[in-house]
Design a protein around this ligand. Sequence first.
Ligand SMILES: [Zn+2]
Length: 121
Amino acid sequence: MQKIKKGDLVQVISGNEVGLRGEVDRVLKGRLIDRHNKHIGRDANKDKLLVKGVNVRKKHQRPISQTRTQTGIIDKELPVHISNVMLVCPSCDEAVRVGFRVEGDKKVRFCKRCNATVDKV
Ligand SMILES: [Zn+2]
């Protein structure tokens, strides 16, 4: 189970945007590859996240086709590595470490600071 999911609020903990918060827009799953570059599995430690408003770069986009509607200078989020952000706990509003526990018959995430369940049961 992933520590951070789409829709979570996260806070940047390293780099030049420390303290900035944003909602996870997309999780880019890390791939485990062998030395021949063959995809052999999933590596959660290599996950990257697209976070709204975090690591935004200006991108110059020219119209290349009629289907591309956004042109000119647009803002584009670049992926941030999962280890550079921490989940913001909905109940104590701090960047926290999460743990996993079973509630009912579901595995849920909980805040290691205030012990509140992060996921809805
Ligand atoms: Zn908490």
